[in-house]
Write a protein that binds this ligand. Structure first.
Ligand SMILES: [Zn+2]
Length: 265
C-alpha cells in the first residue's frame, strides 16, 4: 500500500504530465507563420498584398482572444531543432516582408496593443527610402522587441543570380540590418519565396540560422527544414475567419494548402 504522501505525489505527477500533453497537443501538427506585406488604407502599390489597419487589428484580436501568443524566430528555431524551449499553448509567428513604412505607422501600434511581436524582413536598398522604413524606425522597433530579418539587398529572384551576387545579397543586408537594428540578424526570407540549392547555401554561408519561403502549411520538426520554413501569406481577400478556424484547431498542412495560393511579390 502506498502512503498518502506517495498518492499525492503520484497524483501531482499525473496532473502535470496531463497538462504537458494538452499543451503539446495544441501544436502537434506544427507552428504557423503568417506573412503580411502592406498594412494600409492605401491600396495603390500592391492591392492584393495590402491589409487595412482595421482588418489587421481584427485578425490579431481573433488570435489574441483565442489564446494565441506570438513567439520569436529563436523560439521557432529551437522548436524546429527539437531543443528545450518554453512555448505558449498556441504559438504563432507573425512576419512582414519588404519593410514598408506602414509597418511602423500602422502595424507596429496594433502589434503593441495586443502585446504581439513580429519579424520584419527588410530589403537593403529600401532602408531610408521614401515610403519604406528608415534606420531610425528600424532601431526604435528593434528596441521594442520587433525582430528584423534579411530579405536580400535588391529584391531580385535569387535563382537567377551568380555566386558572387548571392554572397552580396545575403551578407550585405545582414551587415546593414545589424547596424540599424543594433541586434544580430539570424533569419532570412527569399524574395518572391523563390529559392534553389545555391540560394539556400548562400543564406547558410552568410550566417543565418533559418530562412522562410512561401511553401504552404505549418512548420513541424522532423519534417521541415529550417532553411525552407513554411508561411501562410495573408492577402486582401483572404477569408481570415476560415483560416483562423483551421489555425485554432491546429489542422494539418493539407487543410491549409488552400490558404497559400499563387504568390507574386
Ligand atoms: Zn518581398
Amino acid at each position: 500500500m502506498l502512503a498518502w504522501r506517495q498518492w499525492i505525489c503520484l497524483l501531482a505527477v499525473l496532473v502535470i504530465s496531463m497538462a504537458a500533453n494538452t499543451a503539446a497537443a495544441q501544436y502537434q501538427n506544427g507552428i504557423p507563420v503568417l506573412l503580411y506585406h502592406h498594412v494600409s488604407e492605401d491600396k495603390r502599390d500592391l492591392p492584393r498584398l495590402t491589409v487595412t489597419p482595421a482588418e489587421f487589428e481584427r485578425q490579431l484580436a481573433l488570435l489574441k482572444h483565442a489564446g494565441f501568443q506570438t513567439i520569436s524566430p529563436g523560439q521557432l528555431l529551437a522548436y524546429m531543432k527539437q531543443e528545450p524551449v518554453v512555448l505558449p499553448e498556441k504559438p504563432v509567428l507573425i512576419t512582414l516582408d519588404d519593410g514598408y513604412e506602414d509597418n511602423y505607422t500602422n502595424a507596429f501600434p496594433i502589434l503593441k496593443q495586443f502585446d504581439f511581436s513580429a519579424v520584419i524582413f527588410m530589403v537593403g536598398v529600401n532602408i531610408d527610402r521614401e515610403e519604406r522604413l528608415s534606420s531610425r524606425q528600424i532601431g526604435e522597433m528593434s528596441a521594442a522587441g520587433i525582430s528584423f530579418g534579411g530579405h536580400s539587398v535588391t529584391h531580385r529572384d535569387m535563382t537567377v543570380l551568380t555566386g558572387p551576387e548571392l554572397v552580396r545579397e545575403t551578407k550585405d543586408i545582414r551587415k546593414l540590418l545589424k547596424k540599424a537594428a543594433a541586434k544580430d540578424v539570424d533569419v532570412f526570407s527569399y524574395p518572391y519565396g523563390s529559392y534553389d540549392l545555391a540560394a539556400w547555401e548562400a543564406v547558410a554561408a552568410a550566417g543565418y540560422q533559418a530562412a522562410f519561403t512561401v511553401l504552404p502549411g505549418l512548420n513541424k520538426p522532423g519534417r521541415d527544414n529550417v532553411y525552407l520554413l513554411r508561411r501562410i501569406p495573408i492577402y486582401d481577400n483572404t477569408d481570415f475567419n476560415a483560416l483562423f478556424r483551421l489555425l485554432d484547431a491546429n489542422q494539418p498542412k493539407t487543410k491549409l494548402l488552400a490558404y497559400s495560393p499563387e504568390y507574386s511579390e
